[in-house]
Every structure is written in C-alpha cells, then in structure tokens.
Design a protein around this ligand. Sequence first.
Ligand code: UDP
Ligand code: UDP
Ligand code: UDP
Length: 464
Amino acid sequence: MSIFRRSDTSQPHIALFPSAGMGHLVPFLRLASMLLSHNCRVTLITTKCTVSVAESTHISFFLSTHPEIKHIEFQVPPMQPSNTATDDPFFIQFEATSRSAHLIHPSIASSSPPLSAIFSDLVVASGVNKVAVGLGIPNYVVSTTSVNFLSLMAYLPILTSDAAKLTGSTEIEIPGLTPLPISSIPPPFFNPDHPFTGSILSNARALPYCKGILMNTFDCFEPETLSAINNKRALSNLPPILPIGPLEICELKKDEGRYLPWLNNQPAESVVFVIFGSRTAMSKDQIKELRDGLEKSEYRFLWVLKTKKVDKDDKEDLEDLIGCSFLQRTKNRGMVLKEWVNQQDILAHPAIGGFVNHCGWNSVMEAAQRGIPVLAWPQHGDQRANAEVLEKAGLGIWDRTWGWCGQRLVKQDEIQKKISELMTDEKLKSRAKKVGEEARKATGNGGSSKKTITETIESLKQNK
Ligand code: UDP
Ligand code: UDP
Ligand code: UDP
C-alpha cells in the first residue's frame, strides 16, 4: 500500500524546485512546460536571489509567458562559506540551498490545491525528502546530468568511505557497471571538504528514499547503465530511474539574435558552433589557441565566448580578447559573440554542421535532439563522464588528453585537427543523425520517454 497521502485530484499539482545555474534551471523550465501540457498544475520554487542575470531574466520571462504557474520565492538564509575550498558562487549557492531546503516546508504546506508531489533537484533532495514525508507526498529527484554521472554520485558515499578506492587504481569500479576512468572523476570529489562534494554526499544518501529519479535522457542513449540500475544489477538501493528526455525545447527568452540573419546566409551544415555553456570561463591563453585553431581549420564558425563564471562579471572587451585583425580576417566566414545566445535555436538552424561544446548535459541532449555531431571538450564536473556517454552513443568525438579546464594549454594545431575531423567524418555525421532520429522517437507518440512521463503523471493522479 502506498505510504503517501490520498488526494482525489485528477489534475496533479507538482512543485518544481531547481537549484542554482542555468544548467539546472533550463531543464526545470522545460519540465514545467511539459507538465502543463499534460494538464498538471505547477508551482515553481526559485531562490530569492539568483547567482546569474541569465537565471533571473529567464525566470521572469517564463513566468510572464505562463501566468498559470504559481511562483514561490525561497529566501535562502545567508551563509558564510563553510570552508575555503572554493570561491565559486554557484557552488556556494548549491551548498546554501542544500542546507536550508527543509525550510521550504511552510511555503508549500499551505498550497491550494494541496501538492501531489515535489520534483526537486538532486542538490536539495535530502532537505526536500523530509518535507515531502511531512506532507505525505512523494519526492521525485530530477537529476540534470547523465545516468553515468548520476551513478557515480549515488556511489560517492561508499567511495569516500574508503580512500583507497579513489586513489589506488586508474578506474572506479561501481559493481554491475562499466568502470569509470579515474581521469573522469571531477577533481573536487578527491577533497571531502569541497562544498560540491559535501552537497552531493549528503543528497546522494537521500536518493534511496525518493520515489523516482527523473532524467533528461532516453532509453537508447545510455542503455546499459540504465538497464543495470533499473534491473537492480547495480546500485540496487536506488529508486527507478525515469528517462523522460530529451526534454522538449520550450520558448526561452529571446536574445538579440544578430546571428540569425548571418546564419541564414551560410550553406547547409557548413558552420561550426562553439560554446561552453553558461558558467565555464576560459583562460585568455586558451581563448587565443582556440581562435587560431578555428582560423586554421578554415571552417565557417559561430563562436560564443566567456571569460568569467558569472555573466554579470564578464566585462572584457571582445576586440581586446581576440584582436581586431582576427575579426577583420574572418569577417566573411565567422561570427564571435560575447553574450547570451539562444543555443537551442542555433542548434536547430540548418547551417550548423558541428558543435564544439563542454558537454554540459543540457547541451548534449540539445545536440542529440537535432542529431548534430559534437566535438566534446569537457572542462569541469560531470562533463568528462558525459563525454564518455556521448562518444559511446555515436554522437561525438573527444580527445581525452586535453584534460580538465586549465590542466594544460590545448594547442591550436590539436584544435584545428579535431575540428576538421568533426566536420569531415561522414560516419560520425550519419551516426549523429541516427541518434537524432532515436531521440525524436523517444519523445514522440508511443516513444519510451513520452510513455514514462505519462505513466508518472498517471500514478500521481491515482496516488500510487
Ligand atoms: N545556453 C544558452 N545560451 C548561452 C549559454 C547557454 O541557451 O549563451 C543554454 C544551453 O542551451 C543549455 C543551458 O543554457 O540549455 C546550459 O546548460 P548545460 O548543461 O549545457 O551547461 P552549463 O551551463 O550548466 O555548464
Ligand atoms: N532519509 C529519508 N528517509 C529516511 C531516512 C533517510 O528521506 O527514512 C533521507 C534524509 O533526507 C536524510 C538522508 O536520507 O538526510 C540520509 O539519511 P541517513 O540516515 O542515511 O544519513 P544521515 O541523515 O545521517 O546523513
Ligand atoms: N566550474 C565551472 N563549471 C562547472 C564546474 C566548475 O565553471 O560546471 C568552475 C568552478 O568555478 C570551479 C572551477 O571551475 O571553481 C574549477 O572546477 P573544479 O571542478 O576543478 O573545482 P575547484 O576545486 O577548482 O573549485
């Protein structure tokens, strides 16, 4: 029998609780619009102050275009960073939200109609689980990464309890799963005092008590890992993993879109699109190597660059960074931007032939949906684990020797060579197209992801 409170609503009311950063917000907004299209009521919980401007403008825009969504602003109590392992404002916000997530209770306890479920970010799982138990409703975790990386996070409590496991070998063995190379474990995981590690550890312990783990992926993208976990051959204490992706594109706030007329004038599949997500800053030296590699490759390009983690700090002048002469020389075949762009629309443009990207999971799914081949250049966090998945699925290529961000300077000739491979490898192109077909099948009528979200919502209607 279900331990959850019975409610007679045929229109489930779901509270969504994302954590900091566009990489977390975007999938939650997509999920919100998907739930509305399945006739659910939605409450969106966001923190009162966001780290980036991109988050606050997208939240305002989304709420203005979806007035039926109820909004709760959660005031995260101010917190002194607990240690000096990082000064990254996103990590500090993860830790603050993670620690105070249980304080959301009064704001949602009085929801009308009462909530049927909470869909919460992994970073707040532990606190939200307690609240959900108090309200007698299920908490589903929404994990915004690959199943490959999720399995590492779920195993982290065991890994960190035995230091030898993290240092004694070139691979991490999670029983029942393909071993992960130690070079793909994010550096903070070797430091138990790092706030990223701390937040993941406490929330990973809460995973077995969640009702399910909703993931922006699809059955045949990571089939082995998914089936090993869901068939209890690996990490058997986890609840079901529910692949519901690629999450459908929803209308996000439009940018200036200056690149669209330019893209319209480029031949089909001729442009390399280079972008490293919303919070990855590249060093000036690395930017110069990338610039020269792009130029030497002789391909057309659309390049979005960032020099600071948080958008409002990014004040460098574009010309100072890459030089007027480069802009002059490449003006007929390239465009460089230093601003927020609408990535999902760019990837959908027929002129795009290849994607150079850091492998943030949303970007991977956006490329999968369009069948665009990726040159993965993972920089931080889950991105190397994600690149492993992308390569195995046939969506992209990468060079493992490029290392983590800042580990070494990747030289222009290496970059040129890999970009040429990305744009000329016909096998890669056709495998990527196939991934795109599979992705669209998964979310289409009768597809595996569509079935999974429909069944999840049905179970909420029936209080199963
Ligand atoms: N994004 C965008 N425009 C930008 C930068 C990022 O639309 O200028 C979007 C991108 O399409 C993706 C999200 O922001 O949906 C970034 O998430 P991802 O997981 O790819 O990387 P992160 O930013 O978390 O490193
Ligand atoms: N938890 C839960 N229900 C339980 C026990 C634990 O939801 O019956 C969650 C809770 O959020 C807690 C997390 O799992 O924070 C870890 O619990 P555990 O007892 O394993 O470790 P600890 O609280 O000591 O970290
Ligand atoms: N970082 C980032 N995007 C991510 C993860 C990390 O921009 O998705 C940044 C973050 O600011 C961090 C730095 O990259 O401080 C180095 O990341 P790492 O994971 O090595 O952690 P560190 O211990 O250096 O903070």
